[in-house]
Write a new protein. Sequence first.
Length: 236
Amino acid sequence: MKQMTMMQHFAELRRRILWTLVVFVCAMIFGWYISPLVQDFLTAPLIDIWPDGALLYSGLTDGLMIRLSLAFVVALGVTIPVGLWQVWAYVAPGLKQKERNFIFPILILSPVLFVVGAGFAFWVLIPFVCRFFLELNESAPVPSLILPVARDYLSFSIGLLRVFGIAFQLPLVMILLNRMGVLSRGSVVKMRRYAIVLIVIVAAVLTPPDIVSQILLALPMWALFEVGVLFMRRDD
């Protein structure tokens, strides 16, 4: 393989960063045009269980801010995989074959696990949480008019998708730390009970304040923890 000079490395890095920025700008423009479809998709879990409901636009600029924020979310969703691929293409030539064989599957599995986690939140947790809070508000002892603010609901739902997508990265993080020699399988097994307690605490912090949604995050994280232990390298 031909050796590159320092300036050539910088030129290559700049070229990959510029391409990533171009993808981000194009994805932002694309996201602006499809943001109504994205908003319709994100509000579907609420509307499905509340057909007569409505979301409140509390300010004159709410429509603009919602479209911009959803376009930004779409742009990030498109750009992050592209950015990861650009990073991989930049560093891969300098890696050994064994290192490539280890890192490349992680780059593939990470977005897949994120989508799985976000999908779990979208089709399981968000409908349950929406139903829980609607029933709680409707059971108020005084007459009440339920009008969730559109920006608040979208921020809430996107936040849950992000939390679950990140939480589902747990086995990859465990395996990566294990292969780097930072975390041994034996120490993880010995600390299992403390790890489960930590998972429950994290679930309580990251989810709405009801026990069922906390369980719905804690149980998958526990299962993913056990999967991570299963694939960690055994101690010699």
